[in-house]
Design a protein around this ligand. Structure first.
Ligand code: NOJ
Length: 495
């Protein structure tokens, strides 16, 4: 009994010590915390048909439908990083980045998406990028799929076609074989909940296929299977020699109940399960979709008179492959929205299945992207939600950032980063959330998809009117450089 009490008291003392230590360092990043910045191939590379690159679904959509994008903008040249990647590395050095998260363009390596043509020039390009990063002390973190499916694979249906999972595994193998000796951080997919909307809507997201409530679920199903297979491939054939980490990047707003009622709290949970849990639950919990998603889509499908659910089911073998298929939880987080029960979206659609209405508090400051409101406290809550729901997985923030119109004196971005980083450090140092890294979106201004070049996220400005695509540091680059080098967020952001 006495011994038990002594142990209890000493445990309490240790907890106090840890608290005291973390309080005094609330504004400091823990040792080993990875700080960096991110981009994606279609948004920066340009050279859309150079040196053997094949067409992808964004090339195709924006060439066929310039009206889908702001001012007919597209990624034909973008930041010209295919030729100017050395300047991107200089920019990364400028902010003291330790990690660079970038994506590989599938059709630059495999122009048809298949193994019939392997484009050595594409492999050379990424080798050059990776080697230059390492020479400069920056670790590469590679996203395998940041939305740019080879168009040849869209001609056979794209992600709703279950076979695409096998094509993806073969592509992933090429990446592990060619780059895995130097790349130790792999992300299979970026933001599935966003890119699957390319199969449920028109004009925003490639390939712009209008099959809401069906195409997006089929696409989700294929990519989750593909993710599980790639993770197992790495485990079985590459991990022992390459010793890297494989994960996925998921995205969500913080969903705040609009009112303090049980119905709004239930709506919050449904919203999270339909946006985040759809992917996170199979991978990080039990190999299967969240029960509430399964139930609602099955019921609605039945009520619509369909012989099968619009949401497919995993086999037992697939569930085993998918459950636990990540070494970390990659999270893209930008904003917060309010939720309450209600009907939105067409019939059928994921939105209608969720039974949730989503909106903003108009008093929250808005950025140049209509969906991005500045709500720092939501970031802390979101990190806590992820840590609680998906226990046992270290979190890395793979994107966070602010949109303006590209000015050099970007005070809005400085205040966004200052306040969001402070909330993240509160989550880490006060709440004990296991976050081990943070990537700013983005190191340079780039093509913001259908918003073109009107919405800018860069720490460096890119002059899209000059053929040189000149990069110039914004005020925020020096602000982030100080934070990254000192491993400290200025105290004023904690008040
Ligand atoms: C999410 C996406 O991953 C990235 O491509 C996009 O540019 C940023 N967020 C900003 O919208």
């Amino acid at each position: 009994m006495a011994r038990g009490l002594a142990i209890l008291l000493s445990t309490v003392a240790v907890i106090h010590l840890v608290r005291a230590a973390s309080n005094s360092t609330l504004n400091q990043f823990p040792d080993g915390f990875l700080l960096g910045a991110a981009t994606a191939a279609y948004q920066i590379e340009g050279a859309w048909n150079e040196d053997g690159k094949g067409e992808n679904i964004w090339d195709h959509m924006f060439h066929e439908h310039p009206e889908y994008t702001n001012n007919g903008a597209n990624g034909d040249v973008a930041c010209d990083s295919y030729h100017k990647y050395a300047e991107d590395v200089e920019a990364l050095k400028g902010i003291g980045a330790e990690v660079y998260r970038f994506s590989v363009s599938w059709s630059r390596i495999l122009p048809t998406g298949d193994l019939d043509v392997i484009n050595q020039a594409g492999i050379d390009y990424y080798n050059n990028v990776i080697n230059l990063l390492l020479e400069n002390g920056i670790e590469p973190m590679v996203t395998m799929y940041h939305w740019d499916l080879p168009q040849a694979l869209q001609y056979i249906g794209g992600w709703p076609n279950p076979l695409i999972a096998d094509y993806f595994v073969e592509y992933a193998r090429i990446l592990f074989e060619n780059f895995g000796d130097r790349v130790k951080w792999w992300i299979t997919f970026n933001e599935p909940s966003v890119f699957t909307s390319g199969y449920s809507s028109v004009g925003y997201q490639a390939p712009s296929q209008n099959a809401p409530g069906i195409g997006n679920y089929l696409a989700a199903h294929t990519l989750i299977r593909a993710h599980g297979k790639v993770y197992r491939l790495y485990d079985q054939q590459f991990r022992a020699t390459q010793n890297g980490r494989v994960g996925i990047t998921l995205s969500t707003d913080w969903y705040e109940p609009a009112e303090d009622t049980e119905a709004c709290v239930e709506a919050q949970r449904r919203m999270f399960e339909f946006q985040l849990g759809l992917y996170a639950h199979p991978i990080y919990v039990d190999g299967d979709y969240p029960a509430v998603v399964r139930e609602r889509v099955d019921n609605n499908s039945r009520a619509e008179g369909r012989p099968r659910s619009r949401l497919p089911s995993f086999t037992e073998e697939e569930k085993q492959e998918i459950r636990g298929s990540s070494d970390f939880f990659g999270l893209n987080a930008y904003t917060t929205s309010l939720v309450m029960p209600g009907e939105s979206g067409t019939s059928p659609s994921l939105e209608l299945d969720s039974g949730v209405i989503r909106f903003y508090n108009e008093s929250w400051p808005v950025s140049s992207a209509i969906w991005l409101r500045v709500v720092p406290w939501g970031f802390r809550k979101l990190l806590n939600w992820v840590a609680t729901e998906y226990q046992g997985y270290p979190i890395i923030v793979t994107e966070n950032g602010y949109a303006d119109t590209g000015e050099l004196d970007d005070q809005g971005r400085i205040s966004y980063y200052g306040s969001y980083l402070a909330e993240m450090l509160k989550a880490v140092n006060e709440d004990g959330v296991n976050v081990f890294g943070y990537m700013a979106w983005s190191i340079i201004d780039n093509l913001e998809w259908a918003s073109g070049y009107a919405v800018r996220f860069g720490l460096y400005q890119v002059d899209f009117n000059s053929t040189d695509r000149t990069r110039t540091p914004k005020a925020s680059a020096s602000f982030m450089g100080d934070i990254y080098r000192n491993k400290t967020v200025p105290e004023e952001y904690f008040q």
